[in-house]
Write a protein that binds this ligand. Structure first.
Ligand SMILES: Cc1cc2nc3c(=O)[nH]c(=O)nc-3n(C[C@H](O)[C@H](O)[C@H](O)COP(=O)(O)OP(=O)(O)OC[C@H]3O[C@@H](n4cnc5c(N)ncnc54)[C@H](O)[C@@H]3O)c2cc1C
Length: 519
């Protein structure tokens, strides 16, 4: 008889550990299903990474699936609404250089090809501005919904900006109190194995041995089980994406009623870029840079200059930035024997499009959906998991690289080196050749849950001024007419939403006072 999978042990209590625990426990009704247990083991001595504050719209579905109330989440996690990323000075570095990557797809996406008509009729305007109402909402600091919109429902597609530390605590309380997850505070010193090489248990000083059937490695950069115990090789992506260091600070607002940005700002620098995330009570700001192209002192100077410029000099030196070394890349295998890695333990690449938490959600959902009943069936599940996530990591690398290789900046070696042919992944190179003659289409990305759909490629490609050969012909007779209707719809929706939607801060205040309608 093959061994039953009854006891799941999650090692690590950062966002990866608690999101995975929540998804597994909710999906399998662990609280009322005595056959299955979920135990989360977390070291009292090793702190969580404490960054990771930008999410994707998938987080709404995840939180709804786990069963939390959106209003409680927003209030307790100091969260606000995110509708887009705004990339500043990535193309030329000039002051007027920016573009948006909004969460709502272009108007008529999948039905109409807007690009030829945009190039002919509106080429002087930014693509996202004529294809989507959402950049206009972001520019005016609008929220993506009203107080009467029910929890998790949207007028404009949205995700969240959140306080990573508070998010972990919020999920922990919910998982333990409402979902029946067992929480063990103990530092793991050794791993016990079975004769076949599977993990049998984790040895701790505080709680002795913690036995299990499936182990989920969420130990962040330590990668205790996949990396240290099993020695699964690491695929470095530093030859494609050069950023390997981050400096992170928290910046107070000038006033308690300062506007809260509805988008993540990513401002290009001489050796990387600075993220700027607005929460209700503070901003999270950080410089992600390539240590091969900048000294630590120069990077710190750039960060101080940015914070000073955007919030006043006094705040710029208020907190000493935290330095985080990043080893960009991912494990060759994510699920090995009875152990699967989720979160940074599986890999990490610069947070340019905030895909790490989304990948955690996808990993946990696939583990929950395909949870093997027996050890025998686990090898089939793990093979499929590894194939799926190797593909996804590859697509993340491609998409992030697109932001660099389309830049025309030549002011530093960082930008010049980023366009070197041997740093461009083969698949991306081929797609760019195709896109000279037609826009990115849904057929270019065939997975059901693509990590970045063709809509995202369109926003970045045309936002960065990628010029197709000789305009791009219309293929269908009604393409132009449909496209013009879409542009009109964008303008109408923009006017309607600007009139009806409150500011980000107004909505947060209303939610704090009254709460959203529960679904
Ligand atoms: C600079 C930076 C910016 C980022 N920005 C974003 C973003 O905007 N959006 C996004 O989606 N993601 C972002 N990320 C990624 C995001 O922060 C992580 O994916 C997320 O926080 C998950 O981390 P984790 O849970 O894997 O690891 P961690 O938070 O590091 O947790 C590791 C856990 O393992 C435990 N542990 C370690 N060793 C032991 C041991 N021996 N015994 C017991 N327990 C142990 C620790 O106690 C801890 O609980 C960013 C990351 C960085 C570095």
């Amino acid at each position: 008889m093959s061994r039953q999978i009854n006891d799941i042990v999650i090692l690590g209590g950062g966002s990866a550990g608690w999101l995975t625990a929540g998804i597994l426990a909710a999906e399998h009704r662990v609280g009322s299903n005595s056959a299955l247990s979920v135990t989360l083991v977390e070291s009292p001595d090793v702190r969580t990474i404490g960054v990771g504050e930008g999410t994707w719209p998938s987080m709404r579905d995840t939180l709804r699936r786990i069963g939390v109330a959106e209003s409680a989440f927003l209030i307790e996690c100091d969260a606000s609404f995110k509708q887009a990323s705004k990339f500043v000075q990535w193309v030329t570095g000039r002051p007027d250089d920016y573009y948006f990557h909004p969460f709502s797809p272009p108007q008529g996406y999948g039905e109409a090809n807007l690009v030829p008509a945009w190039l002919q009729a509106h080429g002087a305007h930014r693509y996202a501005d004529v294809a989507s109402f959402q950049p206009h909402l972001c520019e005016r600091g609008r929220a993506p919904k009203q107080i009467v919109t029910p929890e998790f429902a949207a007028v404009a597609n949205y995700a969240y900006h959140l306080d990573a530390g508070k998010f972990g605590q919020f999920l922990q309380a919910f998982c333990v109190e409402k979902l029946g997850v067992r929480h063990v505070l103990a530092h793991v010193r050794a791993v016990d194995t079975r004769d076949n090489g599977d993990i049998a248990g984790l040895t701790t000083e505080e709680q002795g041995s913690i036995r299990g059937d499936l182990f989920i490695d969420c130990t962040g950069f330590a990668s205790l089980l996949l990396g240290r115990h099993y020695g699964i090789p690491y695929t470095s992506t530093r030859d494609v994406l050069f950023c390997d260091t981050a400096l992170a600070v928290q910046v107070p607002y000038a006033n308690s009623d300062s506007p809260i940005a509805s988008h993540t700002l990513a401002t290009a620098q001489s050796a990387g870029w600075i993220w700027d995330i607005g929460l209700p009570t503070r901003r999270g700001v950080g410089y992600v840079y390539s240590s091969a192209h900048s000294t630590g002192e120069a990077a710190l100077e750039s960060l101080h200059a940015y914070v000073g410029r955007t919030s006043g000099t006094a705040a710029s030196r208020a907190t000493e930035p935290r330095k985080i070394d990043i080893r960009p890349g991912y494990r060759e295998t994510f699920w090995h024997r009875n152990c699967v890695g989720v979160g940074i333990a599986a890999g990490f690449i610069e947070p340019l499009e905030a895909s790490a938490l989304a990948l955690i959600e996808m990993s946990a959902k696939m583990i929950a959906d395909d949870l093997p009943a027996t050890r025998e069936s686990m090898d089939v599940v793990s093979r499929r998991f590894n194939e799926r996530f190797r593909y996804r990591w590859g697509r993340i690398v491609d998409f992030l690289k697109l932001h660099y290789l389309l830049s025309r900046r030549s002011d530093t070696d960082f930008w010049i080196d980023n366009r070197c042919a041997d740093s461009i992944p083969e698949r991306l190179h081929e797609l760019l050749a195709i896109w000279r003659y037609r826009p990115p289409s849904v057929r270019d990305f065939h997975e059901i849950e693509e990590i970045f759909p063709a809509a995202s490629y369109q926003y970045v490609l045309y936002g960065m001024g990628f010029k197709p050969e000789a305009g791009l012909p219309e293929r269908r007779l009604d393409d132009r007419e449909t496209a013009l209707q879409c542009f009109t719809a964008t303008a109408q929706l923009t006017a309607k939403y600007l009139k009806g939607l409150p500011s980000n801060r107004e909505l947060i205040e209303q939610i704090t006072a009254h709460g959203l309608k529960r679904v």
